[in-house]
Design a protein around this ligand. Structure first.
Ligand code: IVH
Length: 690
């Protein structure tokens, strides 16, 4: 651009229509991004629009409006929150802790009694919703602009947390034109499990305290006095009701049912859970309770039960309240995901790679649907931070598919004389030195395959279904084989004879025969399975496949230089180094040679041309929660196969992979006629390459 110094560009007064247009666009795209999960413009374009508006507002502060998208983060740290009196009290719900079908049946019976319905009267219609485990929030909009966000508090008055709630992308700052002039939306602010895990990981890395559970993390973020910190805590929102609303007589909405009201909230731009449903009578409430109960673990967020609400608003009014609880609703709880128990001891376990993990041994406790007897303490730092000691009363949590965890200790219940945990400096199994390398959080046993714990794990890893698969070779048998010195190195597996097997405890001749057959069968394998089975650090299934495809033969992999390894699409410096370290050790090569000498074989091919891989040119979009793969795993595997993973669905998308709670991306795929896969379908595509 040529500028003329004599005539510097004049700062023209901004065109108000342009400013309004910018805000409108930003609101629209924020909704598409945060609520619909289907962005239609690239992030960079959003940022550009945002910065343009920010620049105009910086020049012309008089144009800054509270609903401007630039106002999500801002404001100074507070000393305390102002108190807010709720225009309509925020009620609580009666809780039903009976986790059987009778919990739902009793509620329906009570409703029918209170409505004076006899047995011949038709079923009562309910809306059934998840009970989100976060904190209740009242969002007040005046003329479509968010003016206040308040916590529930004691139900009569809460705290003004507007500054923090503005930072939640899913909460609209401005609503469409046709909303009632006064509109209070109620719902739950919560933190997704993946956001929670990430936040805690970050906290641990920074040496800061981790949060006990997503609910506490969400509550802490909402009650954070510094909005800049709150803005860094990823929060989400589901709307489930209304507070004060312009009355029907003065132009307010006239909803007949709770369900209609939820649909309106969705249209106005609020996230409403896709799991909300209508249920006729007790049998459908029970079915809903069971269905959501089954989906609880794979959901991306915590729920602690379901909520049943009489659908008809007229019937709701007829039923009214008892002591701050509506008679038309109940919260039907699921089994708790947190329980108290006692620490019996702290063991140190040795993993396949020699990693030492402190594990709390617990008095068995039923939590999150399973009986828990062990809970990982991750590593020395974490164990010390939580300061778990033998004899302590602790809170154990098991949520989703996450392994059980000790979340905190009840210090006032600590028995006198309980001593602090210290990590062993020796492997508890083979007594080799345990070392913690610089910058690492874990101690590792230096014994390698000399360590029977590592040998056991190595054998189980090799024999597992996803590796060479030796059917029937389980933990008990491997324990016996290794402890009895029958197997010292992996190839000894194939040297087992009927006599050595049948002489083991409880090993009937018949099952000995079966194991030998299974071993025989396992000899016919594939290169990726064999390579994965070797248990090389950082070489998972996907990497093994990629290596096999790239190099074609095991010898080529064993002899590949670091540079050559780095050419493989799925291989970075850590993986490459790990492979080199493994194959540089003569005894590892010896193991491979002996396995081959024992008859383990696979087909080898020529090295693959560098491109294209089977998924090259294919674009995937992931939505919802898959039954067994995490989103990162799915993404890694697709990318390792040459595919791309995009954030939003368009005509260019080849496949949408949909799991539980798949939202608008799935709808969009169906609209555009894009092929939809489930996890099994994805795996099939991925396995086609093996
Ligand atoms: S309705 C009058 N619906 O549970 C009914 N509440 O004690 C008002 N909650 O603090 C609440 N999920 O934070 C309702 N789908 C849902 C809910 C829900 C979670 C929370 C809410 C409230 C508590 C009820």
């Amino acid at each position: 651009m040529v500028t003329n110094d004599l005539f510097p560009p004049q700062a023209l007064p901004p065109d108000p229509a342009h400013v309004a247009q910018l805000r409108r666009l930003l609101h629209e795209h924020a909704h598409l991004y945060y609520v619909q999960d289907t962005p239609t413009i690239p992030d960079a374009e959003y940022d550009r629009l945002f910065q343009e508006l920010q620049a105009i507002e910086a020049q012309h502060p008089e144009l800054v409006a509270p609903d401007s998208p630039t106002q999500r983060v801002g404001g100074r740290a507070l000393d305390q929150f102002a108190s807010v009196r709720h225009a309509v009290p925020m009620l609580s719900i009666r809780t039903e802790t009976d986790t059987d079908a009778s919990g739902a049946q009793n509620f329906d019976a009570r409703v029918r009694r209170e409505l004076g319905l006899d047995e011949s009267a038709p079923a009562v219609e309910y809306v059934a919703e998840p009970k989100f485990d976060g904190l209740a929030m009242n969002l007040r909009y005046e003329n479509g602009v968010l003016v206040q966000a308040a916590t529930r508090g004691d139900g009569e008055a809460g705290e003004d947390v507007t500054q923090n709630v503005r930072t939640i992308g899913q909460i609209p700052l401005r609503l469409p034109k046709d909303v009632p002039p006064i509109l209070e939306v109620r719902g739950e602010v919560y933190m997704r499990r993946d956001d929670f895990e990430r936040l805690n990981e970050q906290q641990r890395e920074r040496g800061q305290k981790s949060f006990v559970n997503p609910r506490n993390a969400a509550a802490g973020a909402v009650r954070q006095l510094d909005p800049a910190i709150a803005a860094q805590r990823p929060l989400s929102f589901f709307a489930y009701g209304l507070g004060e609303v312009t009355p029907e007589q003065t132009g307010g909405p006239a909803f007949g049912t709770h369900y209609e009201l939820l649909q309106a909230l969705k249209i106005w731009g609020f996230p409403v859970s896709a799991l909300v449903g209508i249920a006729q009578g007790a049998p459908e409430l029970v079915a809903y309770y069971d269905l959501i109960g089954q989906q609880r673990d794979p959901l991306p967020f915590d729920i602690d039960g379901v909520v049943y609400k009489v659908n008809s608003l007229a019937l709701q009014r007829r039923m009214g309240f008892v002591t701050r609880e509506p008679r038309w609703a109940v919260a039907h709880k699921f089994p708790a995901q947190e329980q108290l128990t006692t620490v019996l001891g702290i063991d140190v376990q040795v993993g396949r790679t020699g990693k030492l993990t402190p594990v709390a041994k617990l008095v068995p406790v039923f939590v999150g649907g399973v009986t828990v007897t062990n809970a990982t303490l991750h590593n020395e730092d974490e164990a010390r931070r939580k300061d778990v000691r033998v004899g302590d009363t602790v809170i154990v949590r098991r949520a989703g598919d996450v392994i059980p965890e000790v979340v905190s200790v009840l210090l006032d219940k600590r028995p006198p004389g309980a001593t602090e945990f210290t990590m062993l400096r020796q492997c508890p199994v083979c007594a080799s030195a345990a070392v913690r390398e610089d910058g690492e959080v874990d101690y590792r046993c230096t014994g390698g395959l000399f360590c029977s714990a590592q040998r056991k794990q190595a054998i189980l890893h090799f024999a597992q279904r996803r590796a060479v698969e030796v059917e029937g070779l389980g933990e008990k048998l491997v324990d016996q084989l290794v402890d009895g010195n029958v197997i010292r190195i992996l190839p000894d597996l194939y040297r087992l004879g009927l006599t050595s097997l049948a002489s083991l405890d409880r090993m009937a001749a018949k099952s000995a025969q079966n194991i030998l057959q299974a071993l025989e069968k396992s000899k016919q394998t594939t290169l990726p399975r064999f390579l994965f089975g070797l248990g090389i650090r950082h070489v998972g299934e996907a990497t093994a496949k990629e290596l096999a495809r790239h190099f074609g033969s095991l010898d080529a992999i064993m002899d590949a230089s670091l540079e050559q390894l780095l050419q493989v699409s799925d291989v970075g410096p850590t993986v490459a180094q790990s492979l080199r370290t493994f194959f540089d050790q003569p005894h590892n090569r010896e193991v491979v040679d002996q396995l081959r000498a024992c008859g383990v074989t696979w087909q080898e091919g020529p090295p693959a041309p560098v491109t294209p891989t089977p998924l090259t040119g294919k674009t995937f979009v992931l939505t919802g929660t898959l039954p067994t793969m995490s989103r990162d795993e799915a993404k890694d595997q697709i990318e390792a196969a040459g595919g791309k993973v995009a954030g939003s669905v368009s005509k260019k998308t080849t496949f949408v992979v949909a799991g539980v709670e798949a939202g608008s991306k799935l709808t969009k795929a169906q609209e555009l006629g894009v092929a939809v896969l489930d996890e099994a379908g994805l795996k099939e595509l991925l396995n086609d390459r093996a």
